[in-house]
Ligand binder design. Sequence first.
Ligand code: DAT
Ligand code: MG
Length: 150
Amino acid sequence: MERILVLLKPDAVQRGVCGEIIGRLEKRGLKLIAMKMLIMDRDLARKHYAAHVDKAFFEGLIDFITSGPLVALVAEGRNAIESVRSTMGATDPLHASPGTIRGDYAQSVGQNLIHGSDSQKAAEAEINLFFSTKEIMDYQREMDKWVIES
Ligand code: DAT
Ligand code: MG
């Protein structure tokens, strides 16, 4: 099964929509296998967003993501990455389809509520940044036979 690191960014915590966002991922059939609340320090933020270090918005992005508590989680499922990212919607909420998380709840590219890893390689690296092996749960979910077609 594929895994993805998801962050409910500080704006999601401040706006009280974490439950709504997690609910959407659960209802889509994704299985939660790790979750915690933390404040990212700048060192972790720089590692997490290393791919964007040369972008003009980088320092603003680091300021924002370290500005307050966020929720980090790992979701698992068949095609979890594409599944979560299509549920998130486009990076700029202005171009995110209605029905997506960003399309329904966000206005600004810099405050777009949710992060999701964009490839298996990125997911593996990002999961390792936020979670130890012990913090990732290994369990069976009975309903999966109704969600994952064999
Ligand atoms: P995504 O979060 O959809 O994977 P990304 O990886 O391209 O998008 O960018 C990471 C984050 O950086 C994004 O969620 C918000 C911020 N960002 C991206 N483009 C931006 C821009 N043009 N101006 C300000 N912030 C931007
Ligand atoms: Mg990205």
